[in-house]
Design a protein around this ligand. Structure first.
Ligand SMILES: NC(=O)c1ccc[n+]([C@@H]2O[C@H](COP(=O)([O-])OP(=O)(O)OC[C@H]3O[C@@H](n4cnc5c(N)ncnc54)[C@H](OP(=O)(O)O)[C@@H]3O)[C@@H](O)[C@H]2O)c1
Length: 214
């Protein structure tokens, strides 16, 4: 697939690199320097290039939205029309100092994004893992027990694309249901980050859901 990365920071840079190494065509966009985007494209060693958000969106089969909540409008103003586009968002609706969700309970960041872009096909994914674990999961992708990664969305075609991308990063894609379930996955993402950054085990934290018995 051709995957446009909107936001090439901790999450976008790593996921873009992994997806390029998994064989996708990746366009890195939206960082504070063009040099950084070019370096990411060079170091990804797959089919990767640097571009503007508009170039990342053009002809993309999927877009990964990985910017701080405060940057969403700015990046979306630069992409052009996103009607019909699959947007996989890992952006959490956090306040400026990243201490609180500013949308929760009755809605979620993913649903707010879908309201902002009613013609785009939004899937919420990747926000429930710390970026530090991503390369390890990719390296271990051939091992039997993959960690889970929950995703949700309202459009079956875009969920299929997201599940394929999640699988290519080394996780087991776990369909959590419609987009409104992001009301539960976004606070869960905060629990994961609390355990990763303030718990004793450190940031290389992934989780696995298993059913026991009948
Ligand atoms: N990091 C995690 O482990 C993690 C886990 C779960 C969810 N998330 C969510 O994922 C989203 C992205 O997080 P992140 O940690 O990847 O953030 P980040 O490292 O801050 O990346 C954001 C990207 O936006 C770019 N950017 C910021 N301001 C800009 C501006 N004025 N002009 C152009 N580019 C600009 C940054 O540029 P530079 O590259 O130049 O800094 C960076 O590439 C957030 O919503 C976060 O809540 C993150």
């Amino acid at each position: 697939m051709r995957v446009g990365i909107l936001g090439s920071g901790l999450m976008g840079a790593k996921l873009g690199t992994i997806l390029a190494r998994a064989g996708h065509e990746v366009v890195f966009s939206y960082a504070r320097s063009a040099q950084k985007l070019k370096r990411l494209a060079r170091e990804a060693k797959g089919k990767a290039e640097a571009g503007t958000p508009r170039e990342a969106a053009q002809d993309a089969d999927a877009l990964l939205l990985a910017v701080h909540w405060s940057r969403i409008d700015d990046v979306l103003n630069q992409t052009g029309d996103l009607s019909g586009k699959v947007i996989v968002t890992c952006s959490l609706p956090m306040n400026e100092d990243d201490t609180e969700l500013i949308i929760a309970q009755g809605s979620s960041g993913a649903e707010a994004l879908a309201k902002k872009l009613p013609k785009a096909r939004i899937v919420s994914a990747f926000n429930t893992v710390p970026s530090e674990v991503l390369f390890d999961v990719f390296e271990r992708r051939r091992k039997a027990a993959r960690p889970s990664l929950v995703y949700c969305g309202d459009d079956s075609g875009s969920k299929k694309i997201a599940a394929e991308l999640i699988g290519d990063t080394g996780f087991e894609a776990l369909d959590a249901g419609p987009l409104r379930i992001a009301r539960y996955t976004e606070p869960f993402a905060l629990l994961v980050s609390q355990l990763a950054y303030e718990g004793k085990g450190g940031p290389r934290l992934a989780y696995r859901f298993q059913r026991f018995g009948r």
